[in-house]
Design a protein around this ligand. Structure first.
Ligand code: C5P
Length: 219
């Protein structure tokens, strides 16, 4: 009975702010699936799991307890009882996350958890879910699917504004590296669903992006 809005796209496309804005405007829950991959990555870095070894990653993928707060005003990630919202944005996590998210056992666990959170939210009206594979794998039944894009320059500029101590040029290199890894992996590669609406946010403000998604929801 509830609504699912799938918001996919590469990093820096403006997914997070737009997804939260849409969830707030519609009174829906909000799920950041990238934060889940980041949380497992942070945990594995703490334990010094060899991230060059997919079998080592797979062996530990089921271990930490992972809880997500889906309130768009206070989204949060809790690992074994500890909030990790800050650490999951550290550059070392960003650099390592593609290796962890490429492992099928990791994806199997997190996709299952994402579907549970979606089921629960549907009883309360619905949810806006952001990620890379929401419209294709996690919730292909979503009636509204948006694929956000932006020019490389715009994405790098947004990322460097969010992060201290980095340059647009450095972010450009980092985004290109992560896009390649995310879109060429075997399991659930970053790709646009056939029935998604592509929205180029390069020249749009956040309010304009939110308004456009709300228009798609009303259609
Ligand atoms: O969106 P964010 O940049 O936080 O995502 C971090 C990483 O998590 C991505 O680079 C990708 O490797 C992975 N990811 C994924 N599937 C999702 C969301 C994120 O593989 N649905």
């Amino acid at each position: 009975s509830g609504l699912i809005v799938a918001m996919d796209g590469p990093s820096g496309s403006g997914k997070s702010s737009a997804s939260r804005g849409v969830a707030r405007a519609l009174g829906l829950r909000y799920l950041d699936t990238g934060a889940m991959y980041r949380a497992l990555t942070w945990w594995m870095l703490q334990l010094e799991v060899d991230l060059g070894d997919p079998a080592a990653i797979a062996a530990r993928a089921g271990e930490p307890m992972l809880e997500m707060n889906t309130d768009p005003d206070f989204p949060g990630v809790t690992l074994d009882g500890t909030r990790v919202d800050g650490p999951i944005r550290y550059p070392e996590v960003t650099r390592a996350v593609s290796a962890v998210s490429a492992v099928p056992e990791v994806r199997r666990r997190l996709v299952a958890l994402q579907r549970e959170l979606i089921e629960a939210a549907l009883k309360e009206g619905g949810i806006v879910v952001e990620g890379r594979d929401i419209g294709t794998v996690v919730a292909p039944q979503a009636p509204v699917k948006v694929y956000l894009t932006a020019s490389e320059e715009a994405r790098a500029t947004r990322r460097s504004a969010e992060l201290a101590g980095t340059t647009v040029a450095a972010q450009r290199v980092e985004l290109a590296r992560r896009d390649t890894l995310d879109s060429t992996r075997k399991a659930d590669p970053l790709a646009m669903a056939a029935d998604a609406v592509e929205l180029d946010t390069t020249a749009l403000t956040l309010d304009e992006v939110v308004a456009e998604v709300l228009r798609l929801v009303k259609e």
